[in-house]
Design a protein around this ligand. Sequence first.
Ligand code: FES
Length: 101
Amino acid sequence: MKQELCKLADIPASGTLLVPFFGRELHVFRRGEQVRAVANTCLHFGGPLSCDDQELVCAWHGARFSLDSGKRVSGPSPKNSRLMTISTRVEGDALFYVWEE
Ligand code: FES
């Protein structure tokens, strides 16, 4: 099954695009030839994240996560925590969330 998240043309070359996701949000971004999507949810207490160059930064208590790996870089989130990555696939001119495949 699949659901369109966004058009590829809308994803910026740097930074992220916020897209709605079942009442929540995802950060969609490019890493080289790949496109990735992670939940806009901090792993400390669920705060919203904003993009700061190569990291996503929590607005509530400042936890930082790597865009490359999703892993916590610093802050109060658990040491080995990693942002939730959403399973996606590019088809035509769009990025889709895919599940049960
Ligand atoms: S909720 Fe993100 S650092 Fe606390």
